[in-house]
Design a protein. Structure first.
Length: 163
């Protein structure tokens, strides 16, 4: 994936928002094999982040915005994409403007996601527990499958046309 492809992939951003995207600092050395999707925070606009994934041959990406204000007081929060559980600072509420007319009408979709948007790395760092009936590789494969289906579901929600 190139920087140009990423800019073209964004479905819910204005021309200015897309032009202002700052790519991740390690973009050229990303390990695509181990990325179920590419997620990162914008180093110049701390409230913004991006989620880009391959949809067949085409990358599809969205801009997400971290909600202001303190999160719930609960101690542990779960990322709704990768299901990793973190202390409250590790998970943020992000909202995404919906694509097209829905977004222009002010519609957004929100969910709790790992604050660094690094779910792909997070599910691989927390080495899954082996058990009598599952080996670590198949546990990871399940996590990857779940993450991919939830990320694509979130992107589908963002791209859903106005009813
Ligand atoms: Zn996550």
């Amino acid at each position: 994936m190139t920087g140009m492809q990423i800019r073209h992939s964004i479905v819910n951003g204005s021309a200015a928002e897309v032009a202002n995207i700052v790519l991740p600092s390690d973009f050229v050395e990303l390990d695509w094999e181990n990325l179920d999707f590419l997620g990162w925070r914008d180093s110049h606009s701390p409230h913004l982040g991006y989620i880009v994934r391959w949809d067949g041959d085409e990358p599809v990406g969205i801009i997400v915005r971290e909600a202001d204000g303190p999160l719930s007081r609960r101690r542990m929060m779960m990322c709704q994409l990768c299901r990793a559980t973190h202390t409250e600072h590790g998970v943020s509420l992000f909202s995404a403007k919906r694509a097209g007319e829905a977004g222009l009408a002010g519609n957004t979709v929100g969910t709790y996601i790992c604050a660094n948007l690094g779910c792909s790395a997070n599910i691989r760092v927390e080495v899954p527990h082996a058990s009598y009936y599952s080996d670590p590789e198949s546990v990871l494969a399940q996590k990857v499958e779940g993450l991919e289906s939830r990320v694509s579901g979130f992107l589908r929600d963002v791209m859903r046309p106005l009813d």
